[in-house]
Write a protein that binds this ligand. Structure first.
Ligand SMILES: Cc1cc2nc3c(=O)[nH]c(=O)nc-3n(C[C@H](O)[C@H](O)[C@H](O)COP(=O)(O)OP(=O)(O)OC[C@H]3O[C@@H](n4cnc5c(N)ncnc54)[C@H](O)[C@@H]3O)c2cc1C
Length: 387
C-alpha cells in the first residue's frame, strides 16, 4: 500500500496571508521546470501542490532521453528505449529512432528536479481558485504578484470564462489509462487497432522489470478501462496498478488575466502522441526565464506575460498539424495505415520524421542544463510594474 506522506488535519498549519514573489501552483513536470529556472534569481518562490513532491505519480511512461539529460535527471531513468514498434491488425514495423525514449521513475525525477530549485519553498495545499492574484487554498489565501498555474488540465486558476465549458466529456481532452504489471521488453510499442479503441491507440513501455500498458482515446466519451484490460490480456500481463487521467489536445492561451499557464493547463500536451512531459519542461523553462527577468527588474510583469503568451502561441502550427493527424488516424482504413507505416519504416524517413518531431520542443542547449544554485544578489524591489 502506498504510504500517505501528505500532512493532514492538525499537521497542516494555516498559510493564510503568506506572500511570495512568485507563486507556482502545481509541483509536477511543468511547475518544477518553472521553479528550477528561478534558482538563484533572488526571488522568493513558493511552490504548492495538493501532494508532496513526487508522492502521487502522474500517469506517464516515457520521455525523450536527451530531455532527461538536459534537465539533469538521468538518475530517474529506468530503461532506455532506442526502438519503437508500430502495429496494426495487418502488420508491424520496428523503427530505430535517431534519439531514444527512456522510461523513468516519477518520484525520482521530481525529487531530482526539486534539488535544482535552489531556495524555493514547498507547501502542500489544495488550490481552489483565485480572486485577482490572491490564490485561495485549503490552507488559506496566498498572495504573489507573479502567479503560475501548473495544475494540469483543469486550469484551476483560469476563473470566469477560462474554466467554464472545459469539463470532460465535452472538451478538447483525450483520456488515458494504464496498468503497471511486472514485465519486460526492449521496444516502446504502439498499437493502432480499432478492435481495442475506436479513436486512439494502445501502448506498452518497458521499465526495467515493469511494463506500462495502456490505452489513450482521443474521444473523451469512450471508456478506456475495458480496452486497457483487453490489451494487457493480449500481452499476457496482469491488469494491476491502474493509473489514469485526462490530457488536453488543444493549445490554450498561456498568459491570461495576469496568470502564467504552463503544461497541461495551457494545453501543452501534444495532440496525436499525447506527449506532454517534455513540452511541460519546454514551456516551463520559457515561463521561468520570463519570470526571472521580472524578478531581476529587467522587465515588467505585463511584458513578460505578453512575451510568454506569444512564445506559446508560436507553436500553434505544430499543434494544429498534430491535431489534424489525430483526426486523420481513426479515419484511415487500417490497410492504408499499415501501408503508411511500412513507407515510414525506411531509415531515412524515420530519421527525418523523428528529428522533426523532437525539434518541435527540442532539449535546451548545454548552457541551460542542470541549474546551479549560485544565488544571485537579491534585487531591492522586484520589478512588478504593469505595462
Ligand atoms: C495514462 C497516461 C499516460 C501518459 N503517458 C505519457 C508519456 O509516456 N509521456 C508523456 O510525455 N506524456 C504522457 N502523458 C501526458 C502527461 O502525463 C501530461 O501531459 C503531463 O503530466 C503534464 O504535466 P503537468 O505538470 O502540466 O501536469 P500534471 O502532471 O497533471 O501535474 C499537475 C500537478 O498539479 C497538482 N494539482 C492538481 N490540481 C491541484 C489543486 N487543485 N491543488 C493543488 N495541486 C493540484 C497535481 O497533484 C500535480 O502534481 C500521459 C497521460 C496519461 C493520462
Amino acid at each position: 500500500m502506498t504510504r500517505r506522506a501528505t500532512a493532514r488535519g492538525e499537521e497542516r498549519s494555516s498559510l493564510h496571508g503568506t506572500r511570495a514573489d512568485v507563486l507556482i501552483c502545481g509541483a509536477s513536470f511543468a511547475g518544477l521546470a518553472v521553479a528550477r529556472e528561478l534558482a538563484g534569481a533572488g526571488a522568493e518562490v513558493l511552490v504548492v501542490d495538493r501532494y508532496e513532491i513526487g508522492e502521487r505519480a502522474t500517469s506517464a511512461c516515457a520521455v525523450p532521453t536527451p530531455w532527461l539529460r538536459a534537465m539533469g535527471v538521468e538518475r530517474s531513468i529506468r530503461q532506455e528505449l532506442p526502438y519503437m514498434r508500430f502495429a496494426t491488425p495487418h502488420g508491424a514495423y520496428r523503427y530505430r529512432l535517431p534519439w531514444s525514449w527512456s522510461s523513468f521513475d516519477y518520484r525520482e525525477l521530481c525529487l531530482a528536479l526539486w534539488e535544482q530549485c535552489g531556495d524555493a519553498r514547498f507547501e502542500t495545499a489544495k488550490v481552489h481558485g483565485r480572486t485577482g492574484l490572491t490564490v485561495h487554498s485549503d490552507r488559506g489565501d496566498l498572495h504573489a504578484p507573479l502567479v503560475v498555474d501548473a495544475l494540469g488540465w483543469r486550469r484551476v486558476l483560469a476563473g470566469g470564462d477560462g474554466a467554464g465549458g472545459f469539463q470532460p466529456p465535452d472538451a478538447p481532452l483525450s483520456r488515458g489509462l494504464e496498468v503497471h504489471p511486472p514485465g519486460g521488453g526492449e521496444d516502446l510499442a504502439i498499437w493502432v487497432d480499432r478492435s481495442l479503441v475506436r479513436r486512439g491507440y494502445g501502448w506498452s513501455v518497458p521499465a526495467a522489470g515493469e511494463e506500462r500498458v495502456g490505452i489513450g482515446s482521443y474521444d473523451p466519451r469512450d471508456h478506456v478501462k475495458e480496452p486497457t484490460r483487453d490489451l494487457a490480456h493480449r500481452l499476457e500481463r496482469d491488469a494491476v496498478r491502474y493509473q489514469g487521467n485526462w490530457f488536453p489536445h488543444r493549445l490554450r492561451p498561456a498568459a491570461q488575466d495576469g496568470v502564467f499557464f504552463v503544461g497541461d493547463s495551457a494545453g501543452h500536451c501534444l495532440p496525436l502522441s499525447g506527449e506532454g512531459i517534455r513540452t511541460a519542461f519546454h514551456f516551463g523553462i520559457a515561463c521561468g526565464a520570463e519570470l526571472r527577468t521580472v524578478a531581476g527588474g529587467a522587465r515588467s510583469r505585463e511584458a513578460a506575460l505578453r512575451r510568454y503568451g506569444r512564445f506559446s502561441a508560436r507553436h500553434a502550427r505544430t499543434y494544429g498539424l498534430l491535431l489534424r493527424g489525430q483526426q486523420l488516424l481513426p479515419a484511415l482504413p487500417p490497410r492504408v495505415l499499415t501501408l503508411f507505416l511500412r513507407a515510414m519504416s525506411h531509415p531515412r524517413v524515420v530519421e527525418r520524421a523523428f528529428t522533426w518531431y523532437l525539434a518541435q520542443a527540442p532539449p535546451p542547449s548545454p548552457a541551460h542544463q542542470t541549474r546551479t544554485e549560485t544565488p544571485a544578489p537579491r534585487p531591492a524591489v522586484v520589478g512588478f510594474s504593469a505595462g
